[in-house]
Design a protein around this ligand. Structure first.
Ligand code: PMP
Length: 361
């Protein structure tokens, strides 16, 4: 069966060998006679999967010992609320960088929990650039400072992060976790829904520095408390076993391929190929994002003649290139180049773009 190249923003491509391994083991998991998704989450078979997934994340992200890795449901969206619920202490204020659509959603939820300072607002430049990290300083009494490491809709990505001193830096890495190396010790908390670089939807990875667990109030509902999840190794309740299993397999593939730095190199190359095709199209395709902030994960562009965009997207799909429609809030085109996308897929896309420009230019 030939598969299309899937450029969707999430849920998104999963390596085909992982899909095959899931399929082969779905009915009879490693000759146990049962599926992994029908055995107890407290038994030895699932236990191995769960703990391997935690260890692989720690290893691949080089996470220091004073951090916990948690698996929580509810998507990154639940984290928009859990972060302020757990981490806002004292005068209950926190700092946020407004870098685009996802940062805005995080801000909207945080405002329900306390007082929010916007330390940078990109709405003036239509979120086409990010601030210089050196210019981002936490406010007096702030509980934490929140950034969105990659804006999935706007296609901008932080290349270096602010130094926030004693104020914990919190990052939404939903769309670029494990796509490159980051120094985890610079962050108080990192979170990411799995459905882009790590697996299917249904599990969110939260990496939290252990001293911050002391901030979770005893009055929080159990599921909403990081301290509760950490104390029980994310087994306070039934975890999302299927996505965690799939994530474990994907993490194994990342390790086989040489880890985060090897993956980053491949991702850089893919993005370069696509941005060059846009920049060298003599204005037929246009990138709205400032060069130094361009995302390696979500490449967004317009056609100079916007009326051709629906035709471009339709013909691309007919040529086995799917998921290229920009987010409904902004329109245009977007190709998501997460870890599972191959250079072959990107080459197929740029070759189609060249043909389309010649035909319609
Ligand atoms: N943050 C970012 C950067 C995202 O891209 C997304 C989803 N596309 C979310 C948060 C929300 O994630 P979820 O749908 O898992 O709640």
């Amino acid at each position: 069966m030939s598969r299309p190249f899937n450029f969707s923003a999430g849920p998104s491509m999963i390596p085909v060998d992982v899909l095959e391994e899931l399929s082969e083991n779905m009915v009879n998991y490693q000759s146990t006679g049962l599926s992994l998704i029908e055995v107890s989450h407290r038994g030895p078979v699932y236990d191995e999967v769960h703990n391997s997934a935690v260890s692989l994340i720690k290893e691949l992200m080089n996470i220091p010992d004073n951090y916990s890795v948690l698996f929580i449901g509810g998507g990154a969206t639940l984290q928009f609320s859990m972060i302020p619920m757990n981490l806002m202490v004292g005068g209950k204020s926190a700092d946020y960088v407004n870098s685009g659509a996802w940062a805005k959603k995080a801000i909207t939820e945080a405002k329900k929990e306390g007082s929010i300072n916007i330390v940078y607002d990109g709405s003036d430049n239509n979120f086409s650039v990010l601030p210089d990290p050196e210019d981002i300083k936490p406010s007096e009494g702030s509980s934490y400072l929140h950034v969105t490491s990659n804006e999935t809709i706007g296609g901008i990505q932080w290349k270096a992060f602010p130094d926030t001193g004693d104020v914990p830096l919190v990052a939404d890495m939903s769309s670029d976790i494990l796509s490159r190396s980051v120094d985890v010790s610079r962050f108080g908390l990192i979170y990411a829904g799995a459905q882009k670089n790590l697996g299917p939807s249904g599990v969110t990875v939260v990496i939290i520095r252990n001293d911050l667990l002391e901030r979770s109030s005893e009055n929080l509902g159990a599921y909403l408390s990081y301290a509760v999840h950490a104390k029980s190794n994310s087994l306070y309740n039934t975890p999302p076993v299927f996505p965690i299993w799939a994530m474990k397999l994907i993490l194994e593939k990342i390790k086989e391929k040489g880890g985060a730095s090897a993956v980053a190199e491949k991702n850089r190359k893919k993005a370069e190929v696509l941005y060059s095709a846009i920049d060298n199209s003599e204005g037929f395709y246009v990138s709205p994002v400032g060069k130094q902030y361009r995302s390696d994960m979500n490449v967004v562009w317009r056609l100079a003649d916007e009326s051709l965009e629906p035709v471009f997207i339709k013909e691309a799909a007919e040529n086995g290139l799917i998921g290229l429609k920009g987010h409904r809030s902004v329109g245009g085109c977007r190709a998501s180049l997460y870890n599972a996308m191959t250079l072959e897929g990107v080459n197929a896309l740029t070759s189609f773009m060249g043909d389309f420009a010649r035909k319609n230019g």
